[in-house]
Write a protein that binds this ligand. Structure first.
Ligand SMILES: [Zn+2]
Length: 372
């Protein structure tokens, strides 16, 4: 391997090993150094999966895939304005998390890992479990006690062993990390691992191709842990040029980036997540928070807090266009409507990522329909 891990905090340089997911010296977030560039001729146009960008990924195309990647970019409308929706809820497990899980697990499998541990109660657990099944790896999911059986059923179907842990999200993560220290085992974290975001960068590489090899003017992205946002920035680094403004959409009930943005020192303080239908973004202290703020600044973007009534209305609006998404996935569209109401005109093309399928949240959907 020609690349290394670089710590974003202490700047330390590390040789990548299967078990490394954060800086062993200071606990900081790692990134790949130097950033992987994509030479335009190196795109494998014959490959209809995200592995068409293997030349800019840190691991070779695995022997088998689930056909993940190259999701449609379709035209749609919001409040009379033409927008484009990136349909990442059509990935094999029904969420964008496939991109990161695909690349990270291909890497871990190639490194000889036999078992992975994951802390998630939803889409990440399902994605890791699916690609673990594909590569013949065992997977242990750690979820908070009280997680509804409905949310974890997909991961179980793929063969994941599920462990319920009492306590806060940090306690659950610590249990997954501890179990990940066993022999031939690795902690596969969607919130920490640098290879997960290498996989998520493929969504914006695809958009660039789908727009005729040009960047959109702005992208609206649901942000909880922020892997889609960080991935977008890696895509800009990979191709260069004048990229889009990246707008992070968070629910008002849990918007640590918006809170930090309004502070003079822009320091990220953890928030206590409130009640919201956007469950996938209820992360009060994103491990890569400082990096997310820096990414927004560098792209000319900013974070938006979406009020709950607007989120619900926008989710329904998408359904009525034939787009069956879960409420978390409607955050980007709702944030777009907010900035348009304030009079901001980004100019075309604007891209809104739809991150997760409504099939994931049958309970919430029924609740919303019954309340009408
Ligand atoms: Zn460090």
């Amino acid at each position: 391997m020609e690349w290394r891990y670089r710590c974003t905090r202490c700047e330390g340089l590390l040789v990548p090993e299967a078990t490394t997911w954060c800086c062993p010296r200071c606990g900081g977030v790692l990134r790949i150094d130097p950033p992987l560039r994509l030479v335009r001729d190196a795109i494998d146009a014959e490959d209809r999966t995200l592995w068409r960008y293997a030349a800019a990924l840190p691991v070779a195309r695995p022997p088998r895939t689930l056909g993940e990647g190259l999701t449609p970019l379709v035209e749609g409308e919001l409040d009379g304005e033409r927008v484009r929706f990136k349909l990442d809820f059509l990935l094999p497990t029904g969420s964008f998390k496939d991109r990161g899980a695909s690349v990270l697990l291909a890497f871990l499998a190639a490194q000889g890992v036999r078992r992975v541990t994951v802390d998630s109660s939803g889409n990440a657990a399902a994605a890791f479990a699916a690609y673990a099944a594909l590569h013949g790896l065992e997977v242990s999911v750690f979820a908070p006690a009280g997680t509804s059986p409905e949310k974890i059923v997909q991961a179980r179907a793929y063969g994941a062993e599920v462990n319920f842990v009492a306590g806060q999200r940090d306690t659950v993560a610590a249990a997954a990390q501890a179990a990940g220290r066993a022999p031939e085992t690795a902690y596969a974290s969607h919130n920490w691992h640098p290879l997960f975001v290498e996989g998520t960068k493929t969504w914006l590489l695809e958009v660039w191709e789908q727009l005729g090899r040009r960047w959109p003017t702005a992208c609206f992205i649901p942000v909880g842990g922020g892997s889609l946002l960080l991935g977008a920035y890696l895509a800009l680094q990979a191709l260069g040029g004048n990229g889009p403004a990246l707008v992070a959409a968070q629910p008002e009930a849990c918007a640590p980036l918006v809170r930090a943005w309004t502070r003079p020192d822009q320091v990220l303080e953890p928030v206590e997540p409130g009640v919201t239908l956007a469950e996938g973004t209820r992360i009060g202290r994103p491990p890569r928070g400082e990096l997310l703020l820096e990414t927004l600044r560098m792209s000319g973007g900013w974070p938006e807090a979406v009020p709950e009534p607007l989120l619900i209305e926008t989710t329904r609006l998408l359904w009525r266009q034939g787009l069956f998404v879960e409420p978390t996935a409607a955050l980007g569209a709702a944030a777009y409507r907010l900035v348009r109401r304030r009079g901001w005109l980004p100019g075309e093309p604007v891209v809104i990522v739809l991150t997760g399928s409504g099939l994931k949240a049958a309970g919430a959907v029924k609740h919303m329909l019954d309340q009408r």
